[in-house]
Design a protein around this ligand. Structure first.
Ligand code: NDP
Length: 331
């Protein structure tokens, strides 16, 4: 029987038999799960750098990597989850995983929505967009909002939330097809391909002649430098991520910082984990919009665990269009 993970890893149980049942007794909280959908997320690159962050420990070389996914319980010694339950949360990049506890796992109750959505709009990226936009950006009707990596898992939602709020929204993305998607599917007021702009400062000024109230930062680097020159007085920058820096050995310096002083700009980083306690409130908010078709979500679905590494790498050259998902098993 191939379980897809190595026998010498710490969470391997010798007690899984050929029928995929746990023989664990005592006070173990083990859960044996079948992985259906895996989520490719930019933070995973940071865990390959052998540096601990405040949030995650780095990956262990030689052990299967972990990430967010949608899984079904095959057998459980944990009172929180029973056989047949579906959930999303951290699992292994493998066909089956043995999880040691139910901590950080979210049981799935709404199955009228595609299960893969729990890697995106109904999972971590959705909550990121929700907490980052509504709480960190504190938007007001009519404000000017700019979103980078706007067609991705998080960005496409931030733009749609901003439109729901009555803001003027522009997004940047790395291909003309993504620009069309932003304008025609997600309802952004405008969008541009940053790779075709020789002068990002001039580009941002062109789309925001009166300046930016809110910048939802996903990329960092040169885009941030340009945005800092174009913020309005008392603008807010929600620093969600800086993907342009994740492959760098040393992050590049930030320019134009004095604009923060002149314009009294508030820059605030945030971590989605801070919003996990609000998950059920978030579901109450987002589910009606999905069911009524008022919020759209685009996924980039790749079939097969063997294609997962290429899909993950694709995040860093913009190969993905929308939320990058890997299907391990749809059954
Ligand atoms: P996406 O689905 O947007 O995929 C990443 C996209 O980033 C690519 O498709 C590409 O789009 C763009 N990109 C890649 N490299 C660069 C580069 N060098 N310069 C500019 N753009 C680049 O990812 P997510 O929506 O999942 O994540 C977006 C951001 O949010 C990331 O920074 C991520 O780390 C962060 N994040 C933070 C969280 C938090 O808790 N703070 C939680 C979740 C995500 P394009 O074609 O447009 O270049």
């Amino acid at each position: 029987m191939f379980l897809g993970f190595q026998k010498n890893q710490t969470w391997w149980s010798q007690n899984i038999d050929e029928n995929l049942k746990l023989k664990v007794t005592g006070d173990s909280k083990n859960i044996l799960v079948k992985n259906h959908y895996l989520s490719c997320d930019p933070y995973m690159r940071l865990l390959m750098k052998n540096q601990s962050t405040e949030i995650f420990d780095p990956y262990t070389p030689g052990a299967p990597i972990t990430g967010l996914g949608v899984s079904k319980v095959i057998d459980s010694r944990n009172p929180e989850l029973k056989e047949g339950d579906l959930f999303w949360g951290i699992t292994g990049w493998e066909e089956y995983s043995l999880l040691k506890s139910s901590e950080g796992l979210f049981k799935i109750h709404h199955t009228d929505i595609p299960l893969s959505y729990y890697t995106g709009i109904l999972g971590m990226p959705g909550l990121t967009a929700y907490g980052g936009f509504y709480e960190v950006c504190a938007p007001k009707k009519g404000e000017y909002v700019f979103v980078s990596a706007a067609s991705g898992a998080v960005g496409q939602l931030v733009g749609q939330f901003a439109k729901l709020m009555g803001c003027y929204v522009v997004g940047s993305a790395g291909t003309q097809d993504k620009v069309e998607l932003l304008k025609n599917k997600f309802g952004f007021d405008d969008a541009f391909n940053y790779k075709e702009e020789p002068d990002l400062n001039a580009a941002v000024k062109r789309y925001f002649p009166e300046g930016i109230d809110i910048y939802f930062e996903n990329v960092g680097g040169k885009m941030l430098h340009a945005v800092l020159l174009n913020m309005r007085v008392c603008g807010r920058i929600a620093v969600c991520g800086m993907i342009s820096q994740y492959n760098c050995d040393q992050p590049e310096g930030v320019h134009n910082l004095m604009s923060i002083v002149y314009k009294r700009v508030r820059i605030e980083g945030f971590a989605v984990a801070d919003y996990y306690p609000q998950y059920s409130k978030f579901l109450d908010f987002i589910l009606p919009y999905i069911r009524e078709g008022k919020i759209k979500y685009v996924e980039d679905i790749v079939e097969g665990l063997e294609n997962a590494p290429t899909a993950l790498i694709g995040l860093f050259n913009g190969r993905n269009v929308g939320k990058q998902v890997v299907v391990v098993s749809s059954q």
